[in-house]
Design a protein. Structure first.
Length: 570
């Protein structure tokens, strides 16, 4: 418009003044453009960071039941594809939409200012645009949602295939899995094709047809008002009318794209609102429980020295993994003396591991109490409870990093303590003479793949030694190691944890035969609880049957060991 004024010398200025004003407009426009870009960059980065941290914190702190019922691929999609949209696409779309929207608004004001009669003619044109976008957006948005949903099973299936590729090759089923992956990818591409090919081609054709009408209207009205409006301003309006067709097309496309990208925000926010373990502590409690007990859950911080001795009492504990599932623990009651060792045995599905789950409150008991040194564990925060009860799982958990990182992730011990722990689990020589020659800084690959199964389990045992808690739980800790490593672990446990309360879940009877007592379970109930020698006196007991299943020679040896230990205790 300023150029149009300049060609007519409307304000009576000289060329230098017109040029200076034009240059000033350009400089101000450039500064505003830079500030707009910078502001949008900072705002989008802050929004993406906030949403990602909410998602990360929520997923890490939610209940174990969520991971039991949610495919891994859906979770990964939130952290991969959806987070990528937040980081790289959404901010740019919002910035572009705002810029084009403001450009369109300014253009329309300028056009109507130059040719006032143009206003009424634009109403039906914009009504057509509104109808087209109203018809286009829902289909485009749902196609985007289907693309995200169908992508999750592909991601999950691909991850499972990669992790089990050695098994697939061993059985010669490569072709079947390749075909399955291609089938799932083809299913996902149907939604992607609908979005990018069908929808994206449908919109421009209609917008171009409608948009050209603006140019025809402006040209006709320009001829009509050529006597009252300067030719320069009419030329500006006609130039805007030609450009506005493309702007309107981009505006609708950007709005639809932004709406489809907001599906990623919706998906991230869905998981960011997951309730935490602490918030859902009361959800599994039966309505018959005392309301005062429910209010107190997870609120009372225990004494810093708790537990002093490590005595454990289960009082009529009932637990189910989810409300719609049957009970896995049905009225379990027993008591473990402080400093004693208890072996837990039973058939598969008897509820052995569920005792550890209840003790760590991975799932809240629906009824009953668990007391440690007389303190109800449901009354304290989860962090306080789990930091004072050590658990060594069946699958040894190691993280990428170094030996030091895995032994002392919170940097609370010095090197002497770490070497002491490694020496007691007979790994000091291996770590100190490792080919990398880095000692405690020896690298640990993902999942500890550069260590054997026995060495990984020993590292977990060393980590448990460093924690120095009064209660130690071993959930099938020796199931994945050979008999020699099993005997070595039992020796370490008997020597280093002799003043601790130890709960050992094991299928191998020789692992628990030296325990002070043995707890036998079936169908989530306690069948018997006594010393190994007394349980073996009843040939019909589960423990006696399990001993007999080890073989005649082994059973005789186990009975002899149980009787000898019983005499020593007396």
């Amino acid at each position: 418009m300023w150029l149009a004024f300049w060609t007519e010398y409307k304000y009576g200025l000289n060329d230098a003044e017109y040029m200076s004003t034009y240059a000033a407009i350009g400089v101000i426009s450039a500064l505003l453009s830079w500030w707009r870009t910078f502001a949008w960059l900072v705002a989008s980065l802050r929004a993406a960071t906030t949403l990602h941290l909410k998602l990360f914190h929520s997923v890490l702190n939610t209940r174990q039941a969520f991971f039991d019922t949610t495919p891994l691929g859906r979770i990964i999609q939130r952290f991969a594809k959806d987070t990528n949209v937040l980081d790289n696409l959404l901010g740019q779309s919002v910035s572009s939409l705002t810029s084009f929207g403001l450009w369109l608004l300014g253009t329309m004001i300028a056009m109507v200012t130059i040719i006032p009669i143009l206003g009424p003619f634009l109403v039906p044109v914009f009504a057509c645009y509104f109808y087209v976008q109203y018809f286009f957006r829902p289909g485009y948005r749902e196609a985007k949602r289907l693309d995200g949903t169908s992508g999750s099973p592909i991601f999950e299936h691909f991850g499972e295939t990669i992790s089990g590729i050695s098994t697939i090759r061993a059985f010669g089923h490569q072709a079947r899995f390749i075909h399955e992956n291609e089938k799932r990818i083809a299913y996902n591409q149907r939604a992607d094709y609908t979005q990018k090919c069908a929808c994206d081609r449908w919109l421009p054709v209609r917008l171009e047809v409608i948009g050209i009408s603006i140019s025809i209207i402006v040209a006709g009205l320009g001829v009509y008002q050529r006597k009252t409006t300067s030719s320069g301003l009419i030329g500006v309006t006609l130039s805007y009318a030609i450009d506005i067709t493309g702007v309107l097309s981009w505006l609708i496309r950007l709005f639809s794209e932004l709406e489809s990208q907001m599906v990623s925000v919706e998906r991230v926010e869905e998981y960011a609102q997951l309730p935490s373990e602490e918030d859902t502590a009361n959800d599994s409690m039966d309505s018959e429980n005392d309301g005062k007990q429910i209010v107190a859950i997870g609120k009372v911080e225990p004494d810093p020295s708790w537990p002093q001795s490590g005595g454990i009492v289960f009082q009529d504990v009932e637990m189910r993994y989810r409300k719609e599932l049957p009970l896995v623990l049905s009225g379990v009651s027993f008591e473990i003396d402080a400093g004693s060792s208890v072996g837990i045995c039973g058939r598969t599905g008897s509820g052995k591991s569920s005792l550890i789950v209840a003790l760590w409150r991975l799932v809240e008991p629906s009824r009953g109490k668990i007391l440690i040194d007389g303190v109800d564990i449901s009354s304290m925060p989860l962090k306080s409870l789990r930091s004072r009860v050590t658990c060594i799982p069946q699958d040894p958990i190691l993280f990428s990093g170094t030996v030091r990182d895995n032994l002392d992730p919170f940097l609370t011990h010095n090197d002497e303590d770490l070497w002491f722990a490694l020496e007691h689990v007979q790994l000091k020589k291996f770590v100190s003479t490792h080919e990398d020659g880095l000692g405690l800084m020896t690298p640990v690959k993902e999942y500890g793949s550069n260590f054997s199964a026995g060495q990984r389990q020993m590292l977990c045992l060393a980590r448990a030694l460093l924690r120095e808690t009064k209660i130690v739980c071993l959930d099938e800790a020796t199931a994945s190691v050979d008999n020699e490593s099993d005997l070595m672990m039992q020796k370490v446990i008997s020597q280093e944890f002799k003043d601790k309360t130890v709960m050992t879940i094991a299928h191998r009877i020789n692992t628990i035969i030296e325990s002070n007592k043995v707890l036998c379970m079936a169908s989530g109930k306690v069948l018997s609880y006594d010393t190994p020698s007394k349980l073996l006196e009843d040939s019909s007991s589960i423990f006696a049957q399990l001993v007999l299943e080890t073989g005649e020679a082994s059973a005789k040896n186990l009975k002899q060991r149980a009787n000898e230990l019983e005499k020593q205790r007396r």
